[in-house]
Design a protein around this ligand. Sequence first.
Ligand SMILES: Cc1ncc(COP(=O)(O)O)c(C=O)c1O
Length: 444
Amino acid sequence: MSNTPFVNQNIKPINTTRNKKGNLEISKCDVVELAKKYGTPLYVIDEITLTKMASDFINAFSRYKKTKITYASKALMTSSIAKILANMGLGFDVVSIGEIYTLLNAGIDLSKTSFNGNNKSIEEIEFAIDNKIDHFSADSIDELKILNKIAKQKNITQKIHLRVNPRIECHTHEYIQTGQIDSKFGIDIEKIEDVVKLILDEYKNLELVGLHAHIGSQIFETNVFRDEISILLNKIKILNEKFNIKLNELNLGGGYGVKYIESDNPPSIYDFANAIINSIEENCKKLNLDYPILYIEPGRSLVCNSGVTLYTVGNEKNIEGIKKYITIDGGMADNIRPSLYQAEYSAEIANNKNENKPEKVDVAGKFCESGDVLIRNIELNQPQKGDILCVYGTGAYCYSMSSNYNRMLKSAMILINDGKSEIIVKRQTLEDLVSNDIVLERLK
Ligand SMILES: Cc1ncc(COP(=O)(O)O)c(C=O)c1O
């Protein structure tokens, strides 16, 4: 049982322990048995941890009554995961027709959904409007133009936020920073007044209700959110006065950091919430603004630490005096993050080893890329062929970024809860793999 009530500060799912056999157990499920039953690689999501993370957010923001939590689906989107979060009252931030379709497939309407993204297609915009999406976060003037055109054709007024780039740099990996000046996302905050004038003058089928920004991911400081709030609320004040409008929605995006390795020290969700709420209250008082409706879009921090991936250890390569590799039956196709931006993970051997003899190894994936090393320099207890390796913190941006590189099959995902396990995503089959391939007649 974990000592800390804040899941984002825990590497492992809550209720992770060793059972009488000495095997790793999560939520009363023997991890070695799970690997045997469902095969590896296997994504495992602990429902108790997942719902605890969601209720941490709900509770932490409950004192600001105007909060709307829209889960950033990009972190992990499957029909059952979406349904669990929707049942808890959460809304969704989506960025594609595929994410929208998954919500609809799970029986979730789009009344609490916002559509983000820097290049939405006409098909996606029409599909979202036809399915009554709550609002769009418009990312560019090009998008405003097409949104207005489609809304006009459909004879509706579409609610929108403007995605702005607030020019904030936060200390995270450059690929997951999004608010700095040269980011591909959002309209420069300095140009927003011209854009608002354009909307009011020309885009009569759009109703602008608020501003949206997302400054980065895996953020470990609360001050950048204070900066973001101050910049956005000051801009809202200027826009309201200059154009005699009443913008009263503020979307701060996501980005709340989580613990992957021991040296990570993220603030708790409560610390983030308090900093955000206090800053909104302070700024609104100073600027004489009504309290806005607050949207937050947590992705990683809602799902990351509820997930682990199980692998079977395979061949080893010992480079005498230099390093030892152990290999696993997965790698960059089920978790691209270490190769993409040097993300770090914690892991342990799940099966019982009787005694503790840690050995320093690199955990290499099985894909044809030298960069396919999942974890470097990790101490594992006598890793051997056939062992089950449990990698922690894989709930976010692993399955959602997975691929069929090397024509490997995508892994299954199971949901566990208090001794029960259920498949929520089936393992791909070889038939699935070729199901969209066409062997041209003329080549036969
Ligand atoms: C607009 C927007 N909102 C929310 C998120 C979620 O971020 P995180 O998973 O760090 O909470 C992202 C991530 O890229 C994003 O681009």
